[in-house]
Design a protein around this ligand. Structure first.
Ligand code: HPA
Ligand code: ZN
Length: 336
């Protein structure tokens, strides 16, 4: 590994855009399918990985939801979360904000309580073992109705303290943020922070809607904002964080190749962009592989990497004290 890649690896980092089901490793998928008697059209790690060959968001989501269908009991959810948090520890991701999508498991008779019991225990173990910090985000599925999303928000009421925010994921086109205005108003009244995927495949209008109708604190992806100058000015002036996922964007053909990615141009323009992995096992890398890919294709500098990571800590939903502590840890690292 080059000195620069070792340095990237060692840097204390935060991840703000991660779907827990997107961290399900192929071997674990096969193991759980066998354990739970779920039939899947794959019989080896290689055959699963061969399917990681997507044309667009929907072709990915079809496989992603198939993968999530093998999870059943508390232990399954424990290992899903613990596998990801172990990876974070290995990659020096000291804080992470994780999207959890309980609607995905409902058709298989899995309750919110089962899911959260497993996830909560894994997070507590990672904290106790390694001092890791993790927050969960309730992510709602936009291909389903707003009423179903509201019903899910209602059913996590007994577990309000498990979630710092709500978000909106899944098929973007045809499901604009405006479909979920009532949901977001209700969540805001309950004190949740607000995020939404917008401007990944969808047009800049979806980002405007997320800002003006949903009143989000952050935008997931948002890379299509550059098509609208007025929007870029707004995002810069208000320093609305964008949680960008470079390998995801290339794998889902939002950009043809990493050399075409606009992340560093956005950073240079003064947008509050951050680097994240989205669905690491499906898109060919966790956070460090995303940074390495930017280094290889776009000649990322140390200064830019430090700015991107500082943005992540600032854009996190941690307390001001915790943010300051991580930013000072980052400064010490930069000076060392
Ligand atoms: N976009 C929308 N929905 C998703 C994604 C994504 O990148 N990953 C998992 N669900
Ligand atoms: Zn995402």
């Amino acid at each position: 590994m080059s000195d620069f890649k070792q340095w990237l690896w060692a840097m204390p980092k935060a991840e703000l855009h991660l779907h827990i089901d997107g961290s399900l490793q192929a071997a674990r998928l096969l193991q759980l399918a066998a354990k739970n008697g779920v039939e899947i059209p794959y019989n080896s790690v290689e055959s699963v990985e061969q399917a990681y060959n997507f044309e667009d968001l929907q072709s990915f989501l079809d496989l992603y939801y198939l993968g999530a269908s093998v999870l059943r009991d508390e232990e399954d959810f424990y290992f899903l979360m613990k596998d990801y948090l172990d990876k974070c520890h290995e990659q020096n991701i000291v804080h992470t904000e994780i999207m959890v999508e309980p609607q995905t498991y409902l058709p298989y008779g899995v309750t919110v309580e089962t899911v959260l019991n497993g996830f909560r225990k894994a997070i507590a173990d990672a904290k106790a073992q390694n001092g890791q910090s993790a927050l969960m985000i309730l992510s709602l599925l936009r291909h389903l109705s707003e009423d179903e999303a509201i019903a899910m928000l209602d059913s996590v009421a007994p577990y309000r303290d498990d979630f710092v925010a709500i978000g909106l994921a899944s098929s973007e086109l045809g499901h604009p943020p405006s479909k979920f205005e009532r949901l977001y108003a209700k969540a805001k009244a309950q004190g949740y922070k607000l995020i939404a995927h917008a401007g990944e495949e969808g047009p800049p209008e979806y980002i405007w809607e997320a800002l003006d109708l949903l009143h989000v604190d952050r935008i997931d992806h948002g890379v299509r904002c550059v098509e609208d100058t007025e929007l870029v000015v707004r995002l810069i002036n208000e320093q609305i964080p964008l949680t960008v996922c470079p390998l995801s964007n290339v794998r889902l053909c939002v950009f043809e190749k990493m050399a075409d990615h606009n992340l560093l141009q956005m950073l240079q323009q003064g947008l509050c962009v951050t680097v994240n992995s989205d669905d690491p096992t499906y898109f060919g890398g966790f956070m460090n592989e995303n940074f390495e890919s930017l280094a290889d294709a776009l000649a990322l500098t140390k200064e830019q990497a430090l700015q991107l990571v500082a943005n992540s800590f600032k854009a996190s939903f941690l307390s001001d004290e915790a943010k300051a502590a991580y930013l000072s840890q980052l400064q010490d690292f930069a000076a060392s």
